[in-house]
Design a protein around this ligand. Structure first.
Ligand code: SF4
Ligand code: SF4
Length: 285
């Protein structure tokens, strides 16, 4: 039976996006009313862009919630977002929908691949505060209200004024809020944060290096170290009616993560198969 890493590498070798690009083209040029009409006519397997897909209809059915966006192009439904290019020009509708779908499909796929690569590895880099000489003073783990129960017994400070990244840093007990010996929970106007000061560890990090609440870990801890940067959020459109995005067509990978270093070639190849420029960057140095 394939290990988690083997499963992740096989998915990196065969991303969904080449298949989805083919399906978008077939849908837009064919007589199909809904996307399911097309899926019903797909063969048992498909080869495209050097990738082989068994049972493509099943693979695509799992992405229907995102893929359905393409139907808006045929029935002239207004899009619920504006996508511009790097110099501010509005992208044509077909390109905007293609980018929107790519961002959604890659985000989901990479979250699953990241979990396979990270889970069970025993790496705690995402769970500890900055090193003593880091340029960072603290790390922030944003938490939803319903995630606080996973941090029972931790010191809580409520109703902190200002912004967590303000310069100079907001004061707590007369000194910058992050100057503490231990992690603590802090509520800003925008919501809760678990603040990890320098050389501290998340209270859920067990002695064996694994997360004690792994299956219930906060949403932010599930965020991947390889993620799509197909679209960049850029406020609202001029009338303030819909969110605006800039099309970037990039794949970002955080170089601090050991599996990103180990599988750099496979990650770069995944990005290229998806038509995205792979960019490796350091985060926590
Ligand atoms: S909750 Fe778990 S995964 Fe998240 S930072 Fe703490 S130990 Fe790490
Ligand atoms: S750095 Fe990578 S391997 Fe380490 S905990 Fe974070 S995601 Fe997992």
């Amino acid at each position: 039976m394939a290990t988690a890493v083997e499963k992740a590498l096989s998915r990196l070798e065969r991303p969904l996006l080449p298949l989805i690009s083919l399906i978008e083209m077939l849908y837009l040029t064919g007589p199909f009313v809904g996307i399911e009409d097309l899926l019903a006519e797909l063969p048992a397997d498909i080869d495209t862009n050097g990738c082989h897909y068994d049972n493509p209809a099943a693979l695509l059915n799992a992405e229907l919630d995102i893929l359905r966006e393409i139907e808006f192009l045929k029935n002239n439904t207004p899009l619920s977002y504006l996508i511009v290019d790097g110099i501010g020009g509005e992208c044509p509708r077909v390109e905007a929908v293609e980018l929107w779908i790519a961002q959604g499909v890659m985000a989901r796929e990479l979250e699953e691949i990241n979990s396979l690569l990270c889970g069970g590895r025993g790496c705690d880099l995402c769970c500890i505060g900055p090193k003593s000489r880091s340029r960072h003073n603290f790390f922030d783990i944003p938490l939803e209200e319903n995630e606080l129960k996973g941090f029972a017994g931790q010191r809580r400070v409520e109703d902190m004024d200002g912004d967590i990244y303000a310069v100079p840093a907001p004061l707590l007990d007369g000194r910058p809020f992050y100057q503490s010996n231990a992690p603590f929970l802090l509520r800003w106007r925008r919501g809760w944060s678990m603040v990890l000061p320098r050389q501290s560890a998340c209270p859920n990090l067990a002695d064996n290096g694994f997360c004690a609440v792994y299956e219930q870990r906060p949403a932010v801890c599930r965020k991947p170290q390889i993620f799509p940067y197909v679209l960049e959020e850029d406020g609202r459109d001029e009338k303030g009616e819909v969110p605006r995005y800039v099309g970037r067509r990039k794949l970002l990978a955080v170089w601090d993560c050991p599996y990103v270093r180990e599988y750099q070639a496979q990650i770069a190849s995944y990005g290229e198969l998806c038509g995205m420029e792979p960019v490796f960057k350091e985060n926590k140095a």
